[in-house]
Design a protein around this ligand. Structure first.
Ligand code: ADP
Ligand code: ADP
Ligand code: ZN
Length: 222
């Protein structure tokens, strides 16, 4: 593994970006960088960026490139990212992709792989509606597809508090899927043109998908 592996996880809401990013973090010592998590933290902290982002997030639209890029640049400036990063939910627009190319070039880094998690839209409503996370460590769970081994107790940290996202409802997920197809899916072609695109069938078992991703990361780092 080189010090500067940069992976991008592309996929609609519910595709499994967060689930897989956390597994790659553990396996390869990379750092997960989720712009959704960073934006939710900004909203919770009541920062100016958080206040400006909230309405778009609640309605299922995208937050402005300006706000997202400022948050991303701040996070990339922290020293732990030099171990390599998994970008989860970023970039989501052509403008963000171009800004990322510039940022990486200025730091002597490059994209190892942009991995498209390929899923059926129809299944994403159920994935998103059943999603919840551990309030203490952030581990992701699902009402039907990924339950803790002991009911009500986090497998990872033993905590018993869980939370659901305000935007994880059937109404908002339609808008989020539309935003994905209009603004983010074109990046698949963009990264294909750069020779960085890898496609993974993300409809099956979580463990099988993790193996496919690990094989890609190993080939990129080799
Ligand atoms: P994203 O970060 O792409 O929005 P998540 O990783 O949060 O997606 O996954 C969405 C929900 O679907 C979570 O509740 C997660 O536990 C569940 N999930 C993730 N991958 C799979 C899979 N391969 N099969 C079934 N459910 C999955
Ligand atoms: P999901 O896991 O369902 O794909 P995220 O947690 O990545 O959702 O994002 C939640 C919301 O935060 C998005 O619907 C959008 O409003 C905002 N957001 C996250 N990342 C970005 C980004 N890169 N550009 C614009 N908006 C973003
Ligand atoms: Zn936990």
């Amino acid at each position: 593994m080189t010090k500067t592996t940069v992976l991008i996880l592309l996929g609609p809401p519910g595709a499994g970006k967060g689930t897989q990013a956390r597994m790659l973090e553990e396996t390869f010592g990379l750092v997960q960088l989720s712009t959704g998590d960073l934006l939710r933290a900004a909203v919770a902290a009541g920062t100016e960026a958080g206040k400006a982002a909230k309405a778009a997030m609640d309605s299922g639209g995208l937050v402005s490139d300006e706000i997202v890029l400022a948050i991303l640049r701040d996070r990339m400036a922290e020293p732990d990212t030099s171990r390599g990063v998994i970008l989860d939910g970023f970039p989501r627009t052509a403008g963000q992709a171009a800004a990322l190319d510039e940022l990486l070039a200025s730091q002597g880094m490059r994209i190892g792989a942009a991995i498209s998690l390929e899923v059926d839209d129809a299944a994403m409503v159920e994935r998103v509606s059943g999603r919840y996370t551990c309030a203490a460590c952030g581990e992701g769970y699902h009402d039907s597809f990924k339950q803790p081994a002991v009911d009500g107790v986090c497998d990872k940290c033993g905590a018993t508090g869980f939370k659901r996202r305000a935007d994880d409802n059937a109404e908002t997920v339609g808008a989020r899927l539309a935003a994905y197809h209009e603004q983010t899916a074109p990046l698949i072609t963009y990264y294909d043109g750069q020779g960085a695109l890898r496609r993974v069938d993300a409809m099956g078992d979580i463990g099988r998908i993790a193996k496919d991703l690990a094989a890609i990361v190993e080939s990129v780092a080799a």
